[in-house]
Design a protein around this ligand. Sequence first.
Ligand code: APR
Ligand code: ZN
Ligand code: ZN
Length: 354
Amino acid sequence: MAPGKNEPVRVETIVVPDPGPGEAVVQVQACGVCHTDLHYKQGGISDDYPFLLGHEAAGVVEAVGEGVTDVAPGDFVILNWRAVCGQCRACKRGRPWYCFDTHNARQKMTLGKGGAELEPALGIGAFAEKTLVAAGQCTKVDPAVSPAVAGLLGCGVMAGIGAAINTGQVTRGDSVAVIGCGGVGDAAVAGARLAGAAKIIAVDIDDRKLTTAESMGATHTVNSRDTDPVEAVRELTGGNGADVVIEAVGRPETYKQAFYARDLAGTVVLVGVPTPEMQLELPLLDVFGRGGALKSSWYGDCLPSRDFPMLVDLHLQGRLDLGAFVTETIALDEVEKAFERMHAGDVLRSVVVL
Ligand code: APR
Ligand code: ZN
Ligand code: ZN
């Protein structure tokens, strides 16, 4: 629980109501620590304290409310923070990843009985033994997968893999460059490998990150602190640039590198999240003359019901190593420490196991 702006998070007793219509209570088994949790704590997202943090989670459905048919008590599920409506124009046009009429549970969990209402981070709030969500936020997957691994698909890992396979549409034989190889960028590397990319160039300013990216499937690495990444990517791709460049930092200068590191007809995917004050300046003639596609990827443009079970199956078959994203498992009262390690760049993911 994050009590207030920049205050340390702490463990408290909460009350989880019985699920109402369309809702489900989930016994959380694991929940990854994500940058967005830290941003909530720091006040970068909203000032609606107190927050119940945690949103990269998997667990077992304990109870469901009226009208819930897709999941039942006992089901092992991954939680998602975008339960699409199925009714809006985007949903009806078959592009539900652009649905902005997403919904969470209507009831609120509280701090103690009759205490302050908790605002669940990203509508989930899973640094808790139990949480209340909308049933549409639960996707059933094969229970053979470890909860720590499954939970990560609920956010950062899905965002990265989806940036490569859904948004970037990486196909067999492509050359792919990934700029920024934290958890999201590494997942993009893994996604590119999964899609059959022939060349995967990892770019980062930190050699430790490049070593990890290699273990995820990068075939080449570029430290952009001492090498011009645009030149390096071009050199590695016969002078052309990469077919798909994925930007996983969220800064104007790295976006510019992505823009110029791609092949003329290539695709740039922005999955790193910029801040509101950031501006991008590009010669319009270059946007015109270079063709190709400039895309952004929101939550990996994923469809949880399609993508979560598929990625779990690929992991269980040994074709996608999601275990590599779990740097450490921790207890519920160690989240504050995990924030520090994340800030220092020491971990891909710390995962709270309950
Ligand atoms: N050039 C290249 N790499 C950079 C640069 C830069 N100028 N600046 C930072 N990086 C690298 C860092 O060294 C780190 O490896 O980018 C990586 C960022 O990784 P994390 O901080 O672990 O963040 P991650 O969880 O991967 O998220 C990346 O995607 O979804 C978004 O909100 C998320 O904007 C964030 C981005
Ligand atoms: Zn919709
Ligand atoms: Zn997240």
